[in-house]
Design a protein around this ligand. Structure first.
Ligand SMILES: *[C@@H]1O[C@H](CO)[C@@H](O)[C@H](O)[C@H]1NC(C)=O
Ligand SMILES: *[C@@H]1O[C@H](CO)[C@@H](O)[C@H](O)[C@H]1NC(C)=O
Ligand SMILES: *[C@@H]1O[C@H](CO)[C@@H](O)[C@H](O)[C@H]1NC(C)=O
Ligand SMILES: *[C@@H]1O[C@H](CO)[C@@H](O)[C@H](O)[C@H]1NC(C)=O
Ligand SMILES: *[C@@H]1O[C@H](CO)[C@@H](O)[C@H](O)[C@H]1NC(C)=O
Ligand SMILES: *[C@@H]1O[C@H](CO)[C@@H](O)[C@H](O)[C@H]1NC(C)=O
Length: 821
C-alpha cells in the first residue's frame, strides 16, 4: 500500500519536472548516477607527524620520506599488500610542499579506492589521508558479496527508500490538508498553493536520485529473464557482462535499456573487446578496451581492480571490473563486481552539472593580440555592466604564447591534416579564431560530441573580436533563432572568460604538474593535450551547464546552454559566475587526490564541496571592496535570488546555513550540500578580509625579466630562510589569501574528503603558508556556522546523510578571540 503511494509520488515528482523536457522554462535534468560505499576506516590527519622520516633531515628527498612513511604506517598490512607512488605526484613550486599520491595493490592488483596522499615538506610529513585496505582476507578473490556481506548498493537504496517513504507520508498529509482547507473555504479569494510546488518542495531531487541510482542498477528482471546469464560466475575472463549491466543502469534511453534487458546476448555479441597489458611500477594489470558498447560514444576502458566494501568497522575487498565509459552526457568511472556482474558497487560521474534550480522557473513575459568586445572580468552578467573592449591581457607565466597559439604537434586540426609545422618551419600555429592552447571555444547547436570543426568566429588579421550583441525581443518561437545570431559574440565571451580563469588559477598554483588544462605544457611537467573544450549555446539542453573532468591528459569539456527564462533568451556564456563554476569543477577534481584521479569528488559531502568551491570562487571573483550579498545564476535564471536556497550572506537571517543544515530534507543533492560549503567559505573569507583588507584585482603581478615574481602590493614582502631561499609568497589581502588557501587546501586534502577534512586542509594550508597566523580566525569563522572542532556526524551514509551536531566552540588557544556570549 505504502509502496504504491511512493511509486505514484515518484511518478508525480518526475512529471512535475520532466513532463515536457525541452519545453519553455523546464530545467533540463541530465540523468546522472553517483554512489559508492563509505570507508569507515578512512582518516585524514593534519597534525605534523614526526615519525622516523623527520630524522632524515630537511634535505631528504620528499619521495623517499613518503616512501618510508607509507612503509611505516602500512607495516602491519597483509603481506599481499604493496603500493606504488603514482607518477602524477608533484612538488608545489610556491609552497615547496610535495604532494605524493600512493595507490595500493593487493596480490599485484590495484585497489581502486586504496589511496594514501602524503604531504611532505623539509623532510616532515605535514599531513596525510589514508584509505588503504587494512584487512587480512585469506582469499580476496572470493567475492564478499557471495559470502553474504551486506551489499553496499542495496544498503544505499534501502536507506534512500526509507527517506522517500517518510517524505511521501509528509507530502500526503500536506496535500490532504490542502484539499480539506480548499473544501472548507469555498472562496475564490483564498489563493491555494500550487500542488506541484508542494511536491517539489517536499520531495526535492530525491525521486530523481532514487530513480537514477536504484532502478535497474541491480536488475532482478534481467536475471529472471536470463537465469543462465546470472549464474555465470567468473567473468574475470570477460568484462562484457558486467559492462552490459552497467549500461542498463546508465543509459538515459529507456527503450535501449529494455532491449538490453530482454536480449542481452544480442548486445553482448556485438561488443568486441581486446586485451591490453600495462606495467605500472612493476605491477602488471589486466585491462581491455571494449568496442560497440551500446550508448557509449567511445570504446570503453576496462580494468580488473579491487574495491573496498564495508565490513563492520573495516572493509573487505571485492574484485571488480572498473570501467571508464564516455557517453553523450556523462563520463563514468564505475566498479562492477566481477563475480556477480549484476552488482554495481560504485559510480562516479566525471561530468558535473551547473547550479541546478530547485524548482521550475515561472514563465516571465606576436602576432596580433586579440581585442574583444566583452563583459569585462568582474562584470558577472549583463545586469551589472555593459560590454567594452578588452585586450588579450594574458598572463605571461600562465600563457607564455598567449591565448591564440599552440604547437602544431599539439593541435588537433593540424594533426588531423598531417601538418607538422608552419610554412617556414614554425613550431607554433597562430590562429585568428577562438582556438588556442588553453581553450577551444565554439558553437555546438546540434548538441553532439563533435567539436574540432564546429563554427568559431574568425577575427581576421587584426584580431578584433568585435561582434554585435543586441538581442531583440521576439515571439517565443523565434527566440532561439534570435539568440543564435549572436554566436560570434557569445563564443568570444566564453573564450575570454575561460582563458582568464585558466590564467588566474594558474597563478594560484593550478599549473601543469598539478593537472591543469593545456594542449602544450612548455616542458613544465604534467600531462598534455587536455585544453578545455568549451561549447557555447550547446543544443543538448536549456537552463543548465556542465563540465566533464577526465584525468590529466584528456580534454575537459564544458557545455554552456541558453536559458529560456526570458525573452530574449539569456545566454549562459555571458554569465561569468556560471562559466567559473563549471571551470572550477576541473580545478577541484584535478587538485583533490591528484591529477590522475578524477574519482575523488563523486558523491555525498565530497561531491557537494565540488559544487561549493565553484560557487565560492565565482562569488569571490565578482565581489568588490564594498561588501554585498550575492546570488548564483540570478541573471540567467531570471530570479533575483538565483538558483540556490539562499543568497551568500554574512547575515544569519538571510542565509542561516550551518553544518547541521545538511541533515534537512532538501539537502540531498550535491548542489544543496555545496551551497552550505560555499556559505561557510564565504564567512571565512569575510573574516580574512576584515583582518587583511581587500585587493582590487586577484591577478598577481607579472614576473620580472629574470622570471622572479615581484611582491608589488600584492604579496607581503619576501622572506628568506636561513639558507637564503625565498619562503612561499603570501598574498597580502584577505580575498587573495583565501583563494590561495582554498587551492592549497585542495592539494592537501585526501581523496573523498568530508567537510572536516576540507576544513582541516585549509587550516593546514595556512600553517604551511603563514606559519598558522590565521589559525584562530579560520576556526572562529568555521565555528560560526557550526563546523567547530567538536562538530560530529553519526551514522554517515554514502549519499551525505547522517545526524550532524554543530559545534560553535573553538580550540582552547582561540578562546580569548571568541565572541563572549
Ligand atoms: C606565430 O607568431 C609568432 C610571434 O609573432 C611568430 O614568430 C611565428 O612565426 C608565427 N607562426 C606562424 C606559423 O606564422
Ligand atoms: C549599459 O549602457 C546603457 C546605455 O549606455 C545604460 O543605459 C545602462 O545603464 C548600462 N547598463 C549597465 C548595467 O551599466
Ligand atoms: C560572425 O562573424 C563572421 C566574421 O568572422 C561573419 O562573417 C558572420 O556573418 C558573423 N555571424 C553572425 C551570425 O553575425
Ligand atoms: C568595434 O566596433 C565598434 C562599433 O562598430 C567600433 O566603434 C570600434 O572601433 C571597433 N573596435 C575595433 C577594435 O575594431
Ligand atoms: C564602493 O562604494 C563607494 C561609496 O559608495 C563608491 O564610491 C565606490 O565606487 C564603490 N566601489 C566599487 C568598486 O563599487
Ligand atoms: C539581517 O537581515 C535581516 C533581514 O533582512 C535584517 O532585519 C537585519 O537587520 C540584518 N542584520 C544585520 C546585522 O544586518
Amino acid at each position: 500500500m505504502r509502496r504504491l503511494f511512493v511509486a505514484s509520488v515518484v511518478a508525480l515528482g518526475l512529471a512535475g519536472v520532466l513532463a515536457h523536457p525541452g519545453h519553455d522554462n523546464q530545467v533540463r535534468r541530465r540523468k546522472t548516477l553517483g554512489f559508492g560505499p563509505v570507508h569507515p576506516h578512512a582518516v585524514y590527519r593534519s597534525e605534523p607527524t614526526y615519525i622516523q622520516s623527520a630524522l632524515m633531515g630537511t634535505n631528504a628527498d620528499p619521495f623517499e620520506v613518503a616512501q618510508r612513511f607509507v612503509e611505516d604506517i602500512t607495516r602491519t598490512s597483509s603481506p599481499a599488500s604493496s603500493f606504488v607512488i603514482r607518477k602524477d605526484s608533484y612538488t608545489d613550486k610556491n609552497t615547496g610542499v610535495t604532494h605524493v599520491y600512493v595507490r595500493q595493490y593487493m596480490h599485484g592488483i590495484e585497489v581502486a579506492d586504496g589511496d594514501i596522499n602524503v604531504n611532505v615538506k623539509d623532510g616532515v610529513v605535514l599531513s596525510y589521508g589514508d584509505s588503504f585496505y587494512r584487512g587480512t582476507e585469506q582469499d580476496p578473490f572470493i567475492s564478499g558479496l557471495t559470502r553474504g556481506l551486506p551489499d553496499p548498493h542495496s544498503d544505499y537504496c534501502g536507506s534512500l527508500f526509507k527517506e522517500l517513504e517518510s517524505r511521501s507520508e509528509r507530502l500526503e498529509e500536506l496535500l490532504v490538508s490542502q484539499r480539506k482547507f480548499a473544501a472548507e473555504n469555498d472562496n475564490d479569494q483564498i489563493p491555494l498553493s500550487n500542488p506541484e510546488a508542494v511536491v517539489t518542495q517536499t520531495m526535492g531531487d530525491l525521486p530523481h536520485i532514487f530513480e537514477w541510482n536504484c532502478a535497474h542498477v541491480s536488475t532482478p528482471f534481467f536475471m529472471a529473464h536470463n537465469p543462465s546469464f546470472a549464474s555465470q560466475q567468473d567473468s574475470m575472463g570477460d568484462p562484457s557482462r558486467a559492462l552490459l549491466q552497467f549500461m542498463i543502469a546508465a543509459t538515459p534511453n529507456s527503450e535501449l535499456a529494455q532491449s538490453m534487458m530482454e536480449n542481452p546476448e544480442a548486445h553482448l555479441e556485438k561488443m568486441k573487446f581486446s586485451w591490453e597489458t600495462h606495467f605500472v611500477g612493476g605491477h602488471g594489470s589486466i585491462s581491455a578496451v571494449v568496442d560497440n558498447v551500446p550508448d557509449a560514444i567511445n570504446p570503453v576502458k576496462a580494468k580488473a581492480a579491487f574495491v573496498q566494501i564495508p565490513n563492520g568497522d573495516s572493509t573487505s575487498l571485492e574484485l571488480v571490473w572498473k570501467f571508464e565509459v564516455e557517453m553523450q552526457d556523462n563520463w563514468y568511472e564505475a566498479a562492477v563486481s566481477a563475480a556477480l556482474p549484476h552488482r554495481v558497487i560504485s559510480v562516479v560521474d566525471w561530468a558535473s552539472d551547473s547550479p541546478m534550480p530547485i524548482a521550475p522557473i515561472p514563465p516571465v513575459p606576436k602576432y596580433n593580440t586579440g581585442v574583444y568586445s566583452v563583459f569585462g572580468w568582474g562584470v558577472n552578467d549583463p545586469s551589472v555592466g555593459n560590454r567594452s573592449e578588452h585586450k588579450e591581457n594574458f598572463d605571461v607565466l600562465a600563457s607564455p604564447v598567449g591565448w591564440h597559439s599552440l604547437p602544431y604537434a599539439n593541435d588537433p586540426q593540424s594533426l588531423r591534416a598531417k601538418v607538422k609545422s608552419g610554412p617556414r618551419g614554425e613550431v607554433f600555429r597562430n590562429t585568428t579564431t577562438t582556438w588556442g592552447n588553453n581553450v577551444f571555444a565554439h558553437e555546438n547547436w546540434d548538441g553532439r560530441n563533435d567539436w574540432e570543426y564546429n563554427y568559431r568566429p574568425d577575427a581576421g588579421a587584426d584580431m578584433a573580436f568585435n561582434f554585435t550583441y543586441e538581442p531583440k525581443e521576439t515571439d517565443r518561437t523565434d527566440a532561439l533563432t534570435e539568440a543564435k545570431k549572436y554566436i560570434n559574440a557569445t563564443v568570444t565571451q566564453l573564450f575570454y572568460t575561460s582563458n582568464l580563469v585558466h590564467d588566474l588559477y594558474y597563478r594560484y598554483g593550478f599549473d601543469e604538474v598539478s593537472g591543469n588544462f593545456q594542449q602544450h605544457n612548455f616542458g613544465r611537467g604534467g600531462e598534455e593535450n587536455d585544453a578545455v573544450i568549451a561549447n557555447a549555446q550547446d543544443g543538448s539542453g536549456y537552463n543548465n551547464a556542465n563540465f566533464m573532468t577526465p584525468p590529466d591528459g584528456q580534454n575537459g569539456r564544458c557545455r554552456m546552454y541558453l536559458w529560456n527564462t526570458a525573452i530574449p533568451y539569456r545566454d549562459g556564456d555571458l554569465e561569468a559566475g556560471i562559466v567559473i563554476h563549471e571551470l572550477s569543477h576541473g580545478l577541484s577534481t584535478r587538485l583533490t587526490g591528484g591529477p590522475a584521479n578524477s574519482g575523488c569528488l563523486g558523491w555525498g559531502e565530497s561531491g557537494g564541496m565540488g559544487e561549493g568551491w565553484g560557487d565560492f570562487l565565482a562569488t569571490t571573483i565578482r565581489s568588490n571592496k564594498n561588501y554585498s550579498d550575492y546570488a548564483m545564476g540570478a541573471w540567467a535564471a531570471n530570479r533575483p535570488n538565483g538558483i540556490r536556497n539562499y543568497v551568500y550572506s554574512l547575515n544569519e537571517t538571510i542565509n542561516p546555513s550551518t553544518y547541521k543544515t545538511l541533515d534537512k530534507p532538501g539537502y540531498w543533492g550535491v548542489h544543496a550540500i555545496g551551497e552550505v560549503w560555499a556559505e561557510l567559505l564565504w564567512v571565512v573569507s569575510q573574516r580574512l578580509i576584515a583582518k587583511h583588507g581587500f585587493v582590487d584585482t586577484l591577478f598577481p603581478p607579472a614576473p620580472l625579466a629574470d622570471g622572479t615574481v615581484p611582491e608589488g602590493d600584492f604579496y607581503r614582502p619576501a622572506e628568506y630562510t636561513a639558507t637564503g631561499e625565498r619562503k612561499p609568497l603570501v598574498p597580502k589581502h584577505g580575498n587573495s589569501l583565501i583563494v590561495q588557501l582554498v587551492l592549497n587546501g585542495m592539494k592537501l586534502q585526501p581523496c573523498r574528503p568530508s567537510f572536516f577534512d576540507a576544513r582541516d586542509a585549509i587550516i593546514s594550508a595556512d600553517q604551511v603558508l603563514t606559519g598558522g597566523e590565521n589559525y584562530c580566525d579560520l576556526w572562529l569563522a568555521f565555528a560560526e556556522r557550526g563546523l567547530g572542532p567538536d562538530a560530529r556526524v553519526d551514522g554517515r551514509t554514502p549519499w551525505g546523510g547522517g545526524v550532524r551536531t554543530n559545534d560553535f566552540s573553538v580550540p582552547a588557544k582561540c578562546k580569548a578571540d571568541a565572541p563572549t556570549v
